[in-house]
Design a protein. Structure first.
Length: 132
């Protein structure tokens, strides 16, 4: 989430145009990347390219989710993640904190299906981000 938060800080504190430039650069860098959706990651080996996964793919997915659930729900989810005690912050943790935040089964299932489980999660994220 650190890279996602950095993007949001750029958008809110610097300029939306710079934020858009960074997103466009990330999209370009991810052109040939075959991302493993969050639900399928079981070990570090599943990332393939950790830098692209953590610093490019994950922030794109989180940016798309924010666009789907709205700013307020996204900030609440981040707060829930940061304030929930957990031994591990794995996929189940991510899903459970999102569920607790949204309290909307349909929206949770949409996010889960589109961004957490789909082999096309990256394409889905890019499509959502590029929509005006």
């Amino acid at each position: 989430f650190a890279e996602y938060l950095s993007l949001e800080a750029t958008r809110q504190l610097v300029a939306d145009s710079i934020y858009q430039q960074i997103l466009n650069k990330k999209i370009k860098e991810l052109k040939d990347f075959k991302a493993m959706p969050f639900a399928a990651v079981k070990s570090k080996a599943d990332y393939d390219n950790r830098e692209l996964y953590v610093y490019y793919y994950a922030p794109m997915v989180f940016s798309a989710i924010k666009k789907e659930i709205g700013d307020q729900a996204m900030w609440l989810w981040l707060k829930t993640i940061l304030t929930t005690e957990a031994d591990r912050t794995n996929y189940d943790f991510l899903l459970n904190t999102l569920s607790a935040t949204l309290q909307n089964r349909d929206k949770l299932e949409m996010v889960k299906t589109k961004y957490f489980e789909s082999a096309s999660s990256l394409d889905n994220a890019i499509h959502t981000i590029e929509q005006k």
